[in-house]
Write a protein that binds this ligand. Structure first.
Ligand SMILES: NC(=O)c1ccc[n+]([C@@H]2O[C@H](COP(=O)([O-])OP(=O)(O)OC[C@H]3O[C@@H](n4cnc5c(N)ncnc54)[C@H](O)[C@@H]3O)[C@@H](O)[C@H]2O)c1
Length: 301
């Protein structure tokens, strides 16, 4: 019969995983793995890490931050301690968003950026790096959704959808990634969609869905290229979120869509922002190159 032993006080975190081995001292790597202990996990790989979710001292850039999911993300990152650079084409919305964060004592600034304009990308990235010395977090959130069935998708519709939703994600990631790779650390989160993995009904938007599948794969390839440089890249796939975007398909869709969601409810932008904040933080240092489903279960069925 197993002998009862008095429970030892074991620090929380990784030390618990090797329960049969001797508990590690706070902050100490396993002796057999000393050569592999990697500073690029930030604080999260340490047994004595108290708050790997904190974004204190980080500089974060969010595109499409004037409203919807982008605004919720900017607010959440600021609450967790980051200095947030809000960007959007909507200048008035940007100013409102920046003032809202400042009123809650968060740290924020806003810069107008059209993500489809490559010169504008270079200008804004240079400006932020000149001012802060680095960009630790990039959230590629700006996007549009054009509803059109395959036979109605003109070259103009296809190009516009890809330019904003896919090309811009690549060129901004490239511009910011160069600085992150040089710095040896960084986290990017790209907005994909559940439309990247299933066909969305009953409205039709083949170009949107394909652009979001592209974002998921782009994230995987960038993650692979930059992993050794300490830069993580993930994509998130929201389900139906209560913002202006889905309204473009018509209010009558609400009752139809609700039946597709196991919980029969739509998601709040902050529910997506929470997952993005996690992916941007050291708490997710083990996750890169993934498409994280945050869809309220819509892809279960
Ligand atoms: N709302 C949903 O149900 C849902 C679901 C899955 C994925 N998403 C994705 O999440 C992201 C945010 O969606 P949302 O619902 O908040 O949309 P939204 O329409 O409410 O907000 C999009 C923001 O992007 C900005 N924007 C558009 N074009 C831009 C450009 N060229 N340059 C800079 N900014 C630009 C807009 O001004 C706006 O502030 C999008 O990429 C979207 O595809 C949304």
């Amino acid at each position: 019969m197993a002998q009862k032993t008095k429970a030892k006080s074991v620090p929380p975190g990784p030390a618990r995983a090797g329960s049969r081995r001797q508990a590690l001292k706070l902050g100490q790597a396993h002796p057999a793995w000393a050569a592999d202990a990697d500073a690029r996990t930030g604080d999260a790989g340490r047994a004595d890490s108290r708050d790997p979710f904190s974004l204190q001292g980080r500089v974060a850039m969010v595109t499409g931050a004037a409203r919807g999911i982008g605004l919720a993300v900017a607010e959440r990152l600021a609450v967790l301690g980051a200095h947030v650079v809000l960007t959007d084409i909507n200048q008035e919305g940007l100013e409102r968003a920046e003032a809202g964060i400042a009123a809650e004592k968060g740290s924020a600034e806003s810069i107008r950026l059209d993500v489809t304009d490559r010169k504008d990308i270079a200008r804004v990235v240079d400006k932020v790096v000149a001012r802060h010395g680095r960009i630790d977090i990039l959230i590629n959130n700006a996007g549009i959704c054009i509803n059109a069935a395959a036979l109605d998708t003109t070259p103009e519709v296809w190009e516009r959808q890809m330019t904003i939703n896919l090309d811009a994600v690549f060129f901004l990631s490239q511009a910011v990634g160069a600085h992150m790779v040089e710095a040896g650390r960084g986290a990017m989160v790209n907005l994909s969609s559940f439309a990247a993995v299933v066909d969305v009904r009953p409205q039709k938007h083949i170009a949107y869905s394909v652009s979001k599948a592209g974002v998921a794969h782009l994230s995987k390839v960038l993650a692979s290229e930059w992993a050794k440089s300490g830069v993580r890249v993930n994509a998130i796939a929201p389900g139906f979120v209560m913002t202006d975007m889905p309204l473009g398909a018509g209010m009558e869709m609400h009752d139809i869509w609700r039946k597709f969601v196991p919980a029969e409810r739509f998601l709040h932008p902050y529910e997506i922002a929470n997952v993005i904040a996690f992916l941007a933080s050291d708490a997710s240092s083990a996750i890169t190159g993934q498409l994280i489903m945050a869809d309220g279960g819509i892809t279960i069925w």
